[in-house]
Design a protein around this ligand. Structure first.
Ligand code: MEV
Length: 317
């Protein structure tokens, strides 16, 4: 028996990094997915296979996850270990991950993988609710990224466009906007945890400045919520550019990112870093009137693709 589940990647429209300190963020899932396929094995092992490599652990050594051969694999062994423990089984499990989401560039591939793997592994025993899955997926991701706000896993599980903050969790945005983004990849791979740590250092050295930046972010998110209700693309684009300026001030932009935003700004409604930054991707808001021109100019500088909002979230197949 195979248990298959898929979960979408995400982009952050407003509020990355500030969300770690309690500010609301606006994010959406995108139409690019990771699929996890799990099955029982006769051997007493957990095997994880992905395009980034394969990894195997003995069932007996699962209680010491510090020994996981590749750090990024730790959440998947954790997910398997919990499911084995909770369902009192001694069977081995194989998890295969197949992804359409570029990794390490701010598009939520690691959270989507945790969500899909949680649903797929637990689905071998029982189908959990989305609330149960998101809780377990965040726990799993925190084994390698402790300060993770949970925003990425939440949007990947529930799908759509949402507001998220640490205290209240996620809140759906009911306008169900049909937005089009061009995602341009700087090809500068980052480690989200390192960039989050770098921002924490900035905050600790510049408490006053950081507080003012948080206030500006709150205003941007409030105005963006209103702009989404009116589907005002001009206003959304200009708020994205404002948000990008704040992200530059906390030190997470790069020359390549600045170049991509400058180029995108010429033809689109607006552009900004999405996700952790320190490289990664930019998003640029477009519609049919400026999509082609923006794509043509960004393609000269980077790998890019079109993305729409995914309103499905986690799916079983
Ligand atoms: C990463 O996609 C978003 C950050 O705000 C970190 C987080 O929310 O966990 C940088």
């Amino acid at each position: 028996m195979k248990s298959i589940a898929s979960a979408p990647g995400k982009i952050i429209l407003f509020g990355e990094h500030f969300v770690v300190y309690g500010i609301k963020a606006i994010l959406c899932s995108i139409d690019k997915r990771i699929t996890a396929t799990s099955q029982f094995l006769d051997e007493k092992i957990i095997r994880v296979r992905s395009s980034l490599g394969d990894s195997v652990m003995d069932l007996n050594s699962l209680n010491n996850l510090e020994n996981v051969p590749q750090k990024f694999m730790k959440p998947f062994f954790y997910i398997a270990q919990k499911a084995i423990e909770e369902n009192s089984t001694k069977q081995g499990i194989e998890i295969v991950l197949e992804s359409e989401i570029p990794t390490g560039v701010g598009l939520g591939s690691s959270s989507a993988a945790c969500v899909a793997a949680t649903a797929s592994v637990n689905g071998l025993f029982v189908r959990l609710t989305k609330d149960e899955i998101v809780k377990k997926a965040i726990e799993a991701e925190r084994t390698i990224f402790e300060q993770n706000s949970g925003a990425d896993s939440s949007v990947s599980t529930f799908g759509g466009l949402m507001l998220y903050d640490l205290k209240n969790g996620f809140q759906n945005i009911s306008s169900r906007n049909d937005l089009n983004f061009i995602i341009a990849n700087s090809a500068q791979v980052h480690d989200t945890q390192d960039v989050v740590r770098q921002v924490r250092n900035f905050k600790e050295k510049n408490e006053d400045i950081f507080r003012k930046l948080c206030e500006q972010e709150v205003e941007i998110v409030n105005n963006a919520t209103i702009a989404l209700k009116k589907n005002d693309l001009n206003q959304l684009g200009s708020l994205m550019l404002k948000n990008y300026e704040l992200l530059k001030q906390i030190g997470i932009s790069t020359e390549k990112i600045d170049l991509l935003v400058r180029e995108a700004k010429k033809t689109s409604y607006g552009a900004k870093i999405t996700g952790a930054g320190g490289g990664g991707c930019i998003i640029s808001l477009v519609d049919n009137s400026n999509m082609k021109n923006t794509l043509d100019s960004l393609r000269k500088l980077s790998d890019c693709f079109l993305a729409k909002i995914d309103y499905k979230g986690l799916l079983y197949s």
